[in-house]
Write a protein that binds this ligand. Structure first.
Ligand code: ATP
Ligand code: MG
Length: 435
């Protein structure tokens, strides 16, 4: 992308309405724009990050055996009347009427719809287990939308649903998602710690929230320090095998949100290992048994012909919230420091003197080598403005090309995260960027 032609409306001033760094930086970097309270348009740079996050989620869901579908945003009220949640959900649900005066709603979640959908096809024990997910916009009329896309009213969520024949099989599905979530967040360059959590209005008896530590997080959390040192990508899981050891490894050490905090267990953690911090919930998984299958009359014929009510779990990831959470966890005074895997572009090419033949030629060569993953700052701006924008927008690498270096065929490569700089030939710079 050539910046001279890009739609990248950065702001010089700090927007007054933004209280936390990620919100400020997303507005300043021209990633999103609020169109109503808690509702955002995604601009090109923000959308690229959103899509990268979405794709990592999609790949890891697929690896764990879940299949993607796409359910609509608008749902009939009748589904929610069947489960009994239509009245309980209260004012957070956006209720609508169509021209025939039928009651509809903008989905805040999809347990009812997926149960209805799947139950119309699954008739036999052979149709189970299955795990279905979609990545779709949700609407929740939050009392206090705030912090930008961190707590929006319209937001993008991955929600998945598992259907099993027995509680033990359902616990296996739960463990598959537990492990898939660890990998998903780690691949984004984020440390998300699984913590015992309350099952809340979804109900059920087993639940974990995945939490990224950040000072501005809305949850108070307590955890064993060692959990911050483990690498979920160290081994690749066998999803068909027994995942109990992996889950036990992560749940053996203390980690809980405020709602389930247990003072006695906490005091048993050596003092030097206790971390009390704020955190951002980026994922939440539940095993809730037959709550929806029973209320919605979903049964399959078991192996001996007698009816079985499937056991279910649901698994959410805050895809749009993750964009903000990643920034909360990765920024400094100058701007964003994107983890490589979710950066909107890998490289910014800063031409310090457009019009200088050597600068232009070297920049074009570098840009041609990475056409899809580089932004080329070819604007007629001062060098200082280009440095500031590249730091603000947080591309993992900057290639700084000025007249003196260009004449010698050299590129200055800067790593945004560490500030480290190196002067390299074009080939060495490319090798480093591709490596
Ligand atoms: P929270 O406790 O933050 O209100 P929740 O428990 O209501 O979230 P879930 O129903 O578990 O959320 O939804 C799954 C995921 O969707 C959450 O883990 C979170 O990352 C994300 N999410 C929930 N509400 C919002 C929101 N208003 N804006 C952005 N993301 C959200
Ligand atoms: Mg939750």
């Amino acid at each position: 992308m050539r910046l001279s032609r890009a739609f990248l409306p950065t702001l010089k001033e700090t927007p007054a309405e933004a209280q936390i760094a990620s919100h400020r930086l997303m507005l300043r970097a021209g990633m999103v724009r609020q169109t109503s309270a808690g509702i955002y348009a995604w601009l090109p740079l923000g959308l690229r990050v959103l899509r990268k996050i979405e794709n990592i989620v999609r790949e890891e869901q697929g690896r764990a055996g879940a299949q993607e579908i796409l359910m609509p945003t608008i749902q009939p009220a009748e589904l929610w009347q069947r489960s009994g949640r239509y009245d309980d959900y209260g004012k957070e649900m956006l209720r609508l009427r169509d021209r025939h005066d039928r009651e509809m709603l903008f989905g805040p979640t999809n347990e009812e719809m997926v149960t209805d959908l799947f139950s119309s096809f699954a008739k036999s024990y052979r149709d189970l287990p299955r795990n279905l997910f979609h990545i779709q916009w949700k609407f929740r009329d939050e009392v206090r939308p705030r912090f930008g896309v961190m707590r929006g009213r319209e937001f993008l969520m991955k929600d998945g649903y598992s259907f099993d024949l027995s509680p033990e099989a359902a616990r296996h599905s739960y463990r598959q998602m537990f492990v898939a979530y660890l990998r998903t967040f780690a691949r984004m360059g984020l440390k998300a710690i699984p913590m015992r959590a309350d099952t809340g209005p979804i109900g059920g008896d087993l639940s974990h929230e995945f939490i990224i530590l950040a000072e501005t997080g809305e949850s108070q959390v307590y955890l064993h320090r060692e959990l911050l040192d483990f690498d979920p990508l160290a081994e690749s899981p066998d999803y068909a095998g027994d995942l109990t050891p992996q889950v036990e490894f992560w749940t053996r050490r203390y980690a809980a949100t405020e709602e389930l905090h247990d003072e006695a267990a906490w005091n048993a953690v050596p003092e030097a290992d206790r971390v009390a911090a704020r955190g951002i919930e980026v994922g939440h998984i539940f095993y809730f048994g037959t709550k929806y299958s029973a209320s919605m009359g979903f049964q399959v014929a078991g192996p001996d012909g007698s009816p079985v009510t499937p056991e279910m779990g649901s698994y959410g990831i805050g895809v749009s919230r993750l964009v903000a959470a990643a920034i909360e966890a990765n920024h400094d005074e100058a701007g964003i420091k994107w983890p490589d895997a979710i950066a909107p572009f890998k490289l910014a090419i800063l031409n310090l003197k457009p019009g200088d033949a050597a600068c232009d030629a070297l920049c074009e060569q570098l840009y041609a080598a990475l056409p899809d993953d580089a932004v080329y700052d070819d604007r007629g701006e001062r060098a200082g403005a280009k440095f500031a924008d590249a730091d603000l927008l947080g591309y993992p690498w900057q290639a700084v090309i000025g007249p003196r270096g260009a004449a010698a065929g050299r590129v200055e490569l800067k790593r945004r995260a560490t500030g480290e700089r190196q002067e390299l030939s074009l080939d060495d710079a490319l090798a480093k960027l591709r490596g």
